[in-house]
Design a binder for this molecule. Structure first.
Ligand SMILES: *Cc1c(COP(=O)(O)O)cnc(C)c1O
Length: 393
């Protein structure tokens, strides 16, 4: 199939929900992708923060193949070893107590919202179901997680949206206090707002928020769908903020490219969602769980240290190059946002860069980099030189 034939098929048979780049992807190795015609692209996207181990990772391929040959699916009516092993690793490495497995970030956040409301209902009864979220946040595309998302542009078309969410300004305890009330059961936030523009929360704000949550028995819910699984240089970003959330959602990177998500809960919340209160047909699928075990096994201290080093390397290089049209760099580890200051918008730039062989994301008005955690220095150099040539050209 040629590139043009593929595009024609997509346009004829696929709902037009995505504004796709004029690029087809056929296969990849490490942080390098190839289209069907063999053209090379440096991958600064990992999907959208999904392919933590890059493309064609042998350990990941073997884990999936072996598990697929053994058992491809089994319902949650029965026990099976892959999800149990994964649960143990996740809990031990996050200091959390128990996990629920689903399939995506939005589903994970839905579970976390249900957990918070039931915790409150069990203890205080009705009327305490409101969750505070932050302006400029992103929590998913289901009706409830869209409502939780603190951006007006998302609160459109799909009326009626759900009750039970109020929004506070990020990094402002005053705004949180203003949004507070007797109906609140939880605060949900991203420690680095990803889709919003790669905007890290202030450590003081997060600390004060954690204290306030503890005082009022609000659950502290951290959406680590994008920041989790090594992206910022620790397994979860909260581990660098010095807090222990009541619940943490994860997805994107967990299974290295297969669909998986979930919610981790601390000791206080581990039994809130009892039998019959929540579930997911595909949740904890053995192949996805085996893939996730391979991701976590490879995501050891050495790789986590390398994530920090590579992030620092990219920042230092961007600083030295002083590329025209690019401004300040924000973020942690390999989750980086680059301010766009030139004539072209971030989206125009990303399209141009794709044509020149560099895949990069946008967020807010910035460029966003979420490269595979295993990206090599050579691939980083190649990607940054395409960035430089494109902007100087
Ligand atoms: C991507 C993302 C989601 C939604 O994840 P899906 O798997 O697309 O449902 C939720 N929260 C954050 C912070 C995200 O980055």
């Amino acid at each position: 199939m040629t590139h043009d034939e593929l595009i024609a098929l997509d346009h004829q048979y696929v709902m037009p929900t995505y504004g796709r780049f004029d690029v087809d992807i056929d296969h990849g190795q490490g942080a390098t992708l190839y289209d069907a015609a063999g053209k090379e692209y440096i991958d600064f996207t990992s999907g959208i923060g999904v392919c933590a181990l890059g493309h064609g990772n042998q350990g990941w391929i073997d884990a999936i193949g072996q598990q697929a040959a053994k058992l491809g699916h089994c319902s949650n009516l029965y026990y099976s070893a892959p999800y149990a092993k994964l649960a143990q690793t996740l809990c031990e490495r996050s200091s959390m107590a128990a996990v629920f497995f689903g399939n995506s970030g939005a589903e994970a956040n839905e579970g976390m919202i249900k957990l918070a409301r039931k915790y409150s209902f069990d203890k205080y009864g009705k009327g305490r179901g409101t969750i505070l979220t932050l302006q400029n946040s992103f929590h998913g595309r289901t009706i409830t997680t869209l409502t939780a998302t603190g951006q007006e542009v998302f609160h459109n078309y799909f009326f009626p949206f759900n009750a039970g969410f109020r929004y506070a300004q990020a990094n402002s305890m005053e705004s949180v206090e203003h949004a507070a009330g007797h109906d609140v059961c939880a605060v949900m936030l991203e420690l680095i707002q990803g889709e919003g523009g790669v905007l890290p929360m202030d450590k003081d704000f997060v600390h004060d928020l954690a204290v306030l949550c503890a005082e009022r028995d609000w659950l502290l819910l951290v959406d680590e769908v994008q920041t989790g699984i090594g992206r910022t240089g620790s397994l979860f970003c909260f581990q660098q903020y010095g807090i222990l959330p009541d619940a943490v959602s994860f997805a994107k990177g967990i299974a290295g490219g297969l669909p998986m998500g979930g919610v981790l809960a601390n000791e206080k919340c581990r039994n809130v969602l009892g039998p019959g209160s929540h579930g997911s047909t595909f949740g904890g699928n053995p192949i996805c769980a085996a893939a996730a075990c391979s991701v976590l096994e490879q995501l050891n201290d050495d790789l986590l240290t390398a994530v920090i080093e590579k992030g620092d390397y990219i920042r230092a290089k961007l600083k030295r190059k002083k590329i025209p049209g690019l401004g300040a760099v924000r973020g942690m580890g390999l989750m980086l946002g680059i301010e766009v200051t030139g004539e072209r918008t971030n989206k125009e730039l990303a399209a141009l860069l794709a044509q020149n062989g560099l895949l990069i994301l946008t967020a807010g008005t910035s460029l966003r980099m979420l490269p595979p955690l295993v990206i090599t220095k050579a691939e980083i150099d190649k990607g940054l030189s395409i960035l430089e040539q494109t902007l100087r050209g």
